[in-house]
Structure formats: structure tokens, C-alpha cells
Design a protein around this ligand. Structure first.
Ligand code: PHB
Length: 398
């Protein structure tokens, strides 16, 4: 007897073939078979650790977008399979393989952490599984690692802070200290800021790196006090951002302006309270964007989950919208991959952040807003850079 392991899908498809062929002598197409099975959506996100809240918001947003359109993809029911990737890059290939090889998912939606995303994309680029990145900004995912089957509904790390370099110059800052966790996200966000800031005459006085996900900032804050820069530009997110902003204020540093990508306050603003007042950030979203799409989205999210939406919920929501639109275009036929990818490439996403389309490397072309925390609210001061396209440096495959 053949002892090769048989996947559940093989069993389902085999039964469908036997049933239909037996009844009428008709051999159905692959599409007809596939159409009877559930669409398997693999979710690879952090549900523990410093980014747990981000994973939860993305999941909520994605499921909400799909539920709003009837809870199906291209007419097919959905089975979600989720893994907690713990924001641990060392476990990324194994976790991605669990979904791709073990679960044989039709799509992978993941992840938050740039280092984890690199391990995940290596696996899905090779398997050809359509992948939607709902956060991780790793420049390489839409750069050297770009691929026809890889899409991103969030941002590239470069995109979030390139406009901030000019903002800092216009604010009159000449001498800036940068600080971040030492891994791709922070390093690339600071790199893009530095590229723009120094090209206009700014100077980086000192670059402070702390290990991820460390939240012991005291020694660094003492150093910043001694350096007395014009401003501090930094990247932290999730629970780390919550603590950093509070520690910064508690160290008596509020006299030195704090700037950065909007992740510094997004999703954690309430917890930061007074400490966040005056923080100036750039990001592709802001809570109080005055558009009907954003208002409807925020009201629905709050009602369903009992808390306010943030940029992560938006990115998940847009991943859900992309799945809905592209699966409708192929009527649920996941085997029609070139048509599915073409539909994704052509999609126009009516996002709470504002409408966006995808660049050639499959990254959103989007406005980057300038925001400032005033009276506990994230106020939009304007658009720092309109329709910003990630340069996709090193992307040859699409
Ligand atoms: C990332 O690792 O790419 C990352 C994580 C959290 C954020 C933004 C980017 O808020």
C-alpha cells in the first residue's frame, strides 16, 4: 500500500472527483473542484510579546473587512489557520513552513516584524504562495526579495520616514540624535530619515541602538540629556513605544522634541497620556482623518472590538479588502494564479488612510501625513509627502 501522507485537501478533492465523475461521467475542471473547498487563509502574526497588540489589531481588521463583504472569498467559505510567530526571526522559516507545507494554505497573511518577514518571504517566494504583508516594512520585501506573489498593504520602512528628514530641517533642527531597537525596521527607518535630513544639511550627532525587544532605556536617556541635541528621532512600537515615551518624559527630556515614524504613538497613545504631548511624527495614517471611509471604519471597529482602531487595524483591513477584491475577480478560483495576481496588481483599495494602488514592486503608493499629538489626540497637520512611491531598490523580479 502507498503510505505517502495524504493531505485533507487531497481527500476532499478526491471525493469531489469521484462523486461527480461517478454520477455523470463528467470530469470537472480543477476550478470546479477547488470551488467546493474552503479557502485556507494562513495567518502568521505575533500574538505574544511586545507586538502582540499589533497582531491582534491586524487580525481584527482583516476579518472585519471580509465579514463586511459577506464573510466569503470569491463565493467560497474560509478557514483561517493562525500561528503565533512571537516576533522571533529564528522561528520564521519553521512557522512559514507550517502554513505553506503543513497546512497547504492558499494565502499567507503576515507579519509584523521585519526580520520575521524576511524569513517568511524566503519560504513563500520559493513556494509561490500568495503572500500579503499587513505590516512589516522590511525594504527588501519590495526590493531585492520582491516577487510576483508578494504584496504589502502597509508601507516600506523607507516610506515612513523619508519625508521626516525634510520636516526636521523645516523645523530648524540641525543636530539630531537617533535611537531605535537594533534590527531592520528601526535601522531602515532611521536610514531613510538620515538620507533626506543630511542631504539638506542636517547632522546626526549620535545613533543609539538597543537590542530588540529591550525596554531598559535609562542609560541611553541619561546620555541624550548630556548630548542636548535639537531633537531625538526614534523608532519603537507596541509595548516598547508605550514605555519609551513615558520614560523619556519621566527623565525630564520633554524640552528636547521627540520625532519619528507614527508607530511611536499609534495604538498606544491613550496609555502614554501626557507624556506623548507634542510628539511629531510621519505616517500613512492618522486616527482623525476626516473622510467618510475612515469615519465609518473607525465606528464599525470600535463597535465590534470595544476599542479604537489604529494603523495596524487599517493595514489588516486593507489586506482583507485586497483578498475580497482579487478573489471576486477570479470567482474564487485560486488555481488561476496569474489572473489572481493581475487582479491584485490592478486593485484600488478604498482605505481608511485614503485610496491607494500598488507600485510595480507591490507596495502601496500613498500619502504620508504629518501628525502631532495635541490634547491627547493625534492631529493631522497636513500631508508631508503626497503619493510617495517606495523606490524598490534592487527589485528585479516584477
Ligand atoms: C517592523 O518590524 O517592520 C515593524 C514593526 C512594528 C512597527 C513598524 C514596523 O510598528
Amino acid at each position: 500500500m502507498d503510505s505517502k501522507p495524504v493531505s485533507r485537501r487531497t481527500i476532499l478533492q478526491g471525493a469531489a472527483v469521484a462523486g461527480l465523475a461517478g454520477a455523470s461521467g463528467f470530469v470537472p475542471t480543477k476550478f470546479a473542484i477547488g470551488n467546493t473547498a474552503k479557502v485556507k487563509v494562513g495567518i502568521m502574526l505575533p500574538y505574544s510579546g511586545t507586538y502582540a497588540g499589533l497582531g491582534e489589531a491586524i487580525t481584527n481588521g482583516m476579518k472585519m473587512a471580509i465579514a463586511e463583504k459577506g464573510g466569503k472569498l470569491g463565493g467560497r467559505d474560509i478557514e483561517y489557520v493562525a500561528v503565533d510567530d512571537e516576533s522571533d526571526p529564528a522561528k520564521a522559516p519553521e512557522n512559514a513552513n507550517k502554513l505553506v507545507t503543513g497546512e497547504k494554505v492558499d494565502f499567507v497573511v503576515g507579519t509584523v516584524h521585519s526580520g520575521v518577514a524576511m524569513g517568511m518571504v524566503k519560504v513563500t517566494k520559493q513556494s509561490g504562495t500568495i503572500t500579503i504583508i499587513p505590516n512589516a516594512g522590511a525594504n527588501a520585501a519590495t526590493g531585492p526579495m520582491c516577487s510576483p506573489n508578494i504584496f504589502r498593504t502597509s508601507f516600506s520602512n523607507w516610506q515612513t520616514t523619508f519625508p521626516l528628514g525634510k520636516v526636521a530641517i523645516e523645523k530648524g533642527y540641525k543636530n539630531v540624535v537617533t535611537m531605535t531597537w537594533k534590527y531592520a525596521a528601526g535601522e531602515e527607518m532611521i536610514g531613510a530619515f538620515e538620507e533626506h535630513f543630511t542631504s539638506r544639511g542636517g547632522r546626526i550627532a549620535r545613533q543609539i541602538l538597543v537590542p530588540f525587544p529591550n525596554v531598559e532605556f535609562q542609560a541611553n536617556l541619561t546620555e541624550i540629556a548630556a548630548l542636548k541635541p535639537d531633537a531625538v528621532m526614534c523608532f519603537f512600537a507596541g509595548a516598547g513605544a508605550l514605555k519609551f515615551v513615558k520614560d523619556y518624559a519621566a527623565a525630564g527630556l520633554k524640552g528636547i522634541p521627540l520625532i519619528g515614524p507614527g508607530f511611536l504613538t499609534d495604538g498606544v497613545l491613550k496609555g502614554q497620556g501626557e507624556a506623548a504631548e507634542g510628539i511629531l511624527t510621519t505616517l500613512h495614517y492618522a486616527d482623525n482623518l476626516d473622510t467618510p471611509v475612515n469615519k465609518t471604519f473607525r465606528a464599525a471597529y470600535e463597535k465590534q472590538f470595544g476599542k479604537g482602531a489604529d494603523v495596524y487595524a487599517v493595514q489588516g483591513y486593507d489586506a482583507g479588502q485586497l483578498l475580497v477584491q482579487s478573489m471576486a475577480a477570479v470567482k474564487g478560483d485560486t488555481s488561476a494564479q496569474p489572473a489572481l495576481i493581475a487582479a491584485m496588481e490592478k486593485a484600488e483599495i478604498k482605505s481608511p488612510r485614503g485610496n491607494f494602488t500598488f507600485s510595480k514592486a507591490h507596495n502601496p503608493i500613498q500619502d504620508i501625513y504629518l501628525r502631532e499629538v495635541k490634547n491627547g489626540q493625534e492631529m493631522v497637520l497636513g500631508v508631508a509627502q503626497k503619493g510617495l512611491i517606495d523606490p524598490a531598490r534592487g527589485c528585479m523580479a516584477v
